[in-house]
Design a protein around this ligand. Structure first.
Ligand code: NAD
Length: 429
């Protein structure tokens, strides 16, 4: 029934070679499959072909070296590569539009390009939506588009499934290889079985649901995590007024088994390409349906205000006009170079608006941040960043920012709880 390679493993196409696509592709190689990753960015594909991972994730470069040299993996600009594979994962971005709804234009273009090639393919093919999408996009948008642009019959000739990804940037390879669960939303049993075969070596629960339910599980998971962060941040803001250290409170509430310890770190708010856009996406969908979701809106509101507390706290100590402020941490979290929706963006913008001079540092995120703020100063090291600054804002919990001696007697406003210094103010403690 399946068209498999000689080793009995599957031949996989990944469309969209970003954080999810490249990690997924290389991890499938690690599981024994053959993978081609397709992207439209020539530079990205060239870098991968030359053996350079175009993004930072622990262990990714090693996987790339290994699977380029054993021939299981390659990258390409050419969609015709799909013809030599059995299954294709769509991993393109699904960013927010201005109104918060999901922009499906990358998914649409990728699906059309894929369908045009599938029109020429002999035999069965499975298409899996791994991008995060609002419920019903796989059934009501991707599947009909594939059918109309390929002229093929679904599900007889093309099977369609949603298989959302739960990896976290910063630990993406490890998360992919050791997931809490796999969620497969297939339109029919044959498709579901084919997707399931890919994950047969995993010991975690595999949940088989409808595509729409799979999509909702992904979005609801991100809403749940974002809600916890905004909840503890709001509690933290109250704690600070009462001279209570919210970190002790988090420890105390986390010991309740019904609550648990994870995701109770108060701080400057959540960023990244997923939580903000997924909460906005579900909120926009609910709005369209005439539901007025109060909680999701509040989660986002708290998160918009939270990083600006850093500025408020700073201004309680000094006027900002003409001052040099060191901003430590630009990536939205440690162990990644991703600055999308980083809370540092709002902080840097506000500092500049108030006439401050910004000197910034991040071990991995400076190149990406400099595309957003080309005119601020970037320091080669945390030490150089802090030197001669009037105050320091810690925005990302990189371990190297936890050295107390880095700061001397300088005013430090800590948005992530990484250090305790002589002249210190914590965001929620
Ligand atoms: P990304 O921006 O890092 O990568 C997307 C890639 O798709 C880019 O390289 C882009 O050039 C490529 N692309 C765009 N149009 C294309 C086309 N027509 N053909 C081929 N390639 C094309 O995005 P990402 O962070 O990997 O996220 C991808 C999806 O996965 C999103 O829906 C996101 O919400 C979801 N997701 C992301 C994470 C994460 O931590 N980043 C985790 C889980 C799920």
């Amino acid at each position: 029934m399946l068209e498999c390679s000689g080793t009995g493993n599957m031949r996989i196409t990944i469309i969209g070679t970003g954080y999810v696509g490249l990690v997924t592709g290389l991890c499938f190689c690690e599981l024994g499959h053959e993978v081609v990753c397709i992207d439209v960015l020539r530079e990205k594909v060239k870098a991968i072909q030359a053996g350079r991972a175009p993004l930072y994730e622990e262990g990714l470069q090693e996987l790339l070296d290994k699977h380029l040299s054993n021939g299981r993996f390659h990258a390409s600009l050419d969609y015709d590569e799909v013809l030599r594979t059995d299954i294709t994962f769509l991993c393109v971005g699904t960013p927010s539009r201005a109104d918060g709804s999901m922009d499906l234009s990358y998914l649409e273009i990728a699906t059309r390009s894929l369908a045009e090639v599938l029109a020429r393919k002999k035999g069965y093919h499975v298409v899996v939506v791994k991008s995060t999408v609002t419920p019903s996009i796989t059934d009501k948008f991707v599947a009909p588009l594939l059918a109309s642009c390929s002229g093929k019959k679904l599900p007889k000739e093309i099977g369609v499934a949603a298989n959302p990804e739960f990896l976290r940037e910063g630990s993406a390879v490890s998360d992919f290889m050791h997931p809490d669960r796999i969620v497969i939303g297939a339109s029919d049993a044959r498709t579901g079985n084919m997707v399931k075969m890919l994950y047969q070596s995993f010991k975690c629960p595999i949940l088989e649901v409808s595509p729409t339910t799979a999509e909702m599980i992904k979005m609801a998971s991100n809403v749940a995590l974002a809600t916890r962060i905004s909840m503890i941040n709001e509690i933290g803001n109250v704690c600070k007024e009462l001279n209570i250290d919210v970190r002790q409170v988090a420890e105390g509430i986390g010991l309740d088994e019904r609550i648990g310890k994870a995701f109770l770190n108060a701080g400057a708010g959540f960023g990244g390409s997923c939580f903000p856009k997924d909460v906005k996406g579900l909120l926009a969908l609910a709005d369209q349906m005439g539901i007025k979701p109060l909680l999701m809106k509040a989660v986002l509101d708290v998160n918009e205000i939270q990083p600006l507390r850093m500025i408020d706290l700073l201004e309680e100590h000094l006027g900002l006009d003409g001052k040099t402020i060191a901003v430590l941490g630009l990536a939205f979290k440690p162990d990644t170079d991703d600055v999308r929706e980083s809370r540092s963006i709002a902080v840097v913008r506000s500092l500049l608006n108030k006439g401050a001079k910004v000197r910034a540092h991040d071990p991995k995120g400076m190149e990406n941040f400099s595309k957003l703020f080309p005119n601020i100063e970037y320091a080669k090291s945390a030490k150089e960043c802090v030197k001669n600054a009037h105050a320091v804002l810690i925005m990302t919990a990189w371990p190297e920012y936890s050295e107390e001696k880095l700061y001397g007697a300088k005013l430090v406003i800590d948005g992530r709880g990484v250090v305790k210094t002589k002249n210190y103010e914590g965001i929620c403690w």
